[in-house]
Design a protein around this ligand. Structure first.
Ligand code: ADP
Length: 578
């Protein structure tokens, strides 16, 4: 029966120097281990293998022989007397039954892993509710190494289930067969090393080929069968077996006596399941046997990036809060700006009314002139009409004069109205040349009554800025009136000069200069302060209003003294963008 088992030999020499000792126990052994492993029921014949091992290890002492699988153990025991006299043997087998057939002499020990079909069927029931059929797929039982004991267990543990053995089929047939299995069934895969045509397959590859086509979940009993397509089960963990056996072998090498009874390697079997396959066959975690481990579970996005997500979320929250606060702040500031502007409009209006009041005498004078002319012209026309042959051509000319004088009077009233009217703040594009010119015209009568010459030097370019026209007029008006005030005590040569120019192509500049007393240098910085005045009747708000208006239009205003005497006020306002 064991003749055809494939057995491979591997010798491991350990690093420490070996000390040859006659007895197999109680003393350190040569530091070398021969590992004999069996996998499948094919391989070199027993005689060849025996000769090979005898030749190869003739002069190489072996400290411990490790035999994996019952067939290997059988050979090792039979050859021990000749090839490795008194050398300890450490084995790993997969069924107690194997051992009962073999007589274990002293110095032979190992571990037993119990691979039970019952466990695998329990796993199948967990995976398929209402399981009624199991399809056993693998090599024929007599060629099975690890699972050959299952054959004897079928009748007792699979009672109540239909058991269909799909063994010895060609791979193609098997793939077709497993694609049309009945509903409440599961495939139980032991291992295929060669198919019905004698093609050799690594058992994981054979499983993968079958899994590609299978229409039912595949229960497996080895950890290495999970990733090729097994859904899981009570699986054998080779690393647990390997390390238990290796530890035992090392202890013996180090001179410890071999334990007489083999160890049960219960840790070597564990219920482990494959998450992607569970998803594929809609198997919930709660239906798995207690203590099951789940492999290949993709962590959720939250599990994978928990900390990163928390940091990003926190950042977004903090940012949102900051943006909200900033927006509120902005709204509040806007509101405050609007409030300030309307307060300024009101104040500016008061300032204009005060100016209008101050100018009432000259305005009355300005109105008187056209009204007087109208009266004289009317009287002249009446007397002409009383004659027998009135010269109608002349009467016509007189009427045209009357019309012109009337228009002049209306214009004076219109300007006065625009000055004293409370208008809401508005911005639009205006030409500063027009603004300055209008103010100079408006003040012309007052200037002549105060013996002041108004001199305007307009720049050649159009100076378009964005601002409130009435308020900008008021700025110029305040400056010119201040200049006239500053020259009041001057006996003659009272001149106010206005100049407009373009500066760097980006801003408009206006200057209003006079030949008055100038500003004491310590007051230069204070003249724009609210309520700063040096005049007896002064309110001290004209320049402060002027500065507020200019700054609201994005410009600035400042005062200087001229070298030849008198003050000069300059202001610059950015040009409106085309
Ligand atoms: P008010 O004219 O009511 O005094 P303003 O704010 O217009 O208020 O002016 C503030 C002060 O600035 C004036 O009292 C005066 O001392 C000074 N000032 C303004 N313009 C001139 C100027 N052209 N020459 C000399 N001093 C001036």
């Amino acid at each position: 029966m064991f003749r055809a088992i494939w057995i491979t030999g591997l010798v491991v020499w350990l690093a420490a120097p070996w000390q040859p000792v006659g007895a197999f126990a109680d003393a350190p052994r040569p530091r070398s281990i021969l590992i004999l492993d069996q996998s499948e029921a094919r391989g070199p014949n027993e005689e060849n293998l025996h000769r090979f091992l005898r030749e190869k290890y003739r002069d190489r002492p072996v400290g411990v022989v490790i035999a994996i699988g019952a067939a290997t153990l059988d050979l090792a025991l039979r050859w021990r007397g000749e090839l490795w006299p008194e050398t300890p043997i450490v084995f790993a087998t997969f069924d107690k039954g194997d051992l009962s057939r073999l007589k274990l002499p002293p110095g032979v020990t190992g571990g037993i892993v119990r691979m039970r079909l019952q466990d695998t069927i329990e796993a199948a029931r967990a995976v398929v509710p209402g399981l009624d059929t199991i399809f056993l797929v693998g090599d024929p039982w007599d060629r099975q190494v690890i699972f050959h004991n299952w054959k004897g267990e079928i009748n007792s543990v699979a009672a109540g289930l239909n058991v269909v053995e799909l063994v010895g089929l060609k791979m193609q047939e098997l793939r077709e067969r497993v694609a049309i299995l009945t509903d409440r069934s599961a495939i139980i895969y032991s291992a295929i090393y060669s198919d019905g045509e004698g093609n050799f397959y690594p058992p994981a590859t054979a499983l993968a080929l079958m899994a590609e086509r299978a229409n039912r979940p595949i229960i497996v009993a080895a950890e290495t069968f999970l990733s090729p397509g097994g859904i899981g089960g009570f699986v054998l963990l080779p690393t647990v077996v390997g390390s238990a056996i290796a530890r035992l072998a090392l202890r013996i090498l180090n001179g410890e006596p071999s334990p007489s009874a083999p160890t049960q390697l219960t840790d070597a079997i564990k219920p482990i399941f494959n998450w992607p396959q569970m998803q594929k066959w809609h198997v919930s975690e709660s239906s798995l046997p207690p203590g099951s481990e789940i492999r290949f579970r993709e962590p959720t996005f939250w599990q994978k990036y928990r900390w990163q997500s928390i940091v990003v979320l926190a950042t977004i929250l903090v940012q949102t809060a900051l943006i909200t606060i900033l927006l509120q702040e902005r709204r509040r500031r806007r509101y405050a700006e609007v409030e300030a502007r309307s307060r300024m409009s009101e104040l500016a209006h008061m300032n204009r009314r005060a100016t209008a009041g101050e100018m009432s005498a000259s305005i009355a004078h300005e109105l008187n002139q056209p009204l007087g002319a109208i009266l004289t012209n009317t009287e002249t026309a009446e007397s002409m009409l009383r004659s027998a042959t009135p010269n109608l051509g002349e009467v016509k000319e007189i009427l045209a004069d009357i019309r012109r004088d009337d228009q002049r009077a209306s214009e004076v009233i219109r300007r006065l109205r625009s000055l004293v009217k409370l208008k809401p703040f508005e911005t639009r594009i205006i030409d500063l040349n027009d603004t300055v010119r209008e103010v100079f015209q408006f003040l012309s009568v007052q200037a002549s009554t105060r013996s002041v010459t108004l001199d305007l030097e307009e720049g050649p370019k159009i100076l378009q800025v964005k601002g409130d026209p009435i308020q900008l007029q008021q700025v110029i008006l305040n400056l010119v009136v201040n200049s006239m005030d500053a020259m009041a005590s001057q006996p003659n040569g009272r001149v106010v000069t206005g100049r407009t120019e373009l500066c760097n192509g980006t801003s408009a500049k206006i200057s209003i200069s006079d030949s008055g007393h100038g500003i004491p240098s310590e007051q230069l910085a204070r003249v724009f302060d609210p309520f700063f005045t040096t005049k007896e009747q002064g309110m001290g708000i004209g320049l402060s209003i002027a500065r507020t208006i200019v700054q609201a239009d994005g410009g600035r205003i400042w005062a200087e003294n001229q070298t030849g005497g008198g003050a000069i006020f300059r202001l610059s306002i950015p040009l409106a963008k085309a």
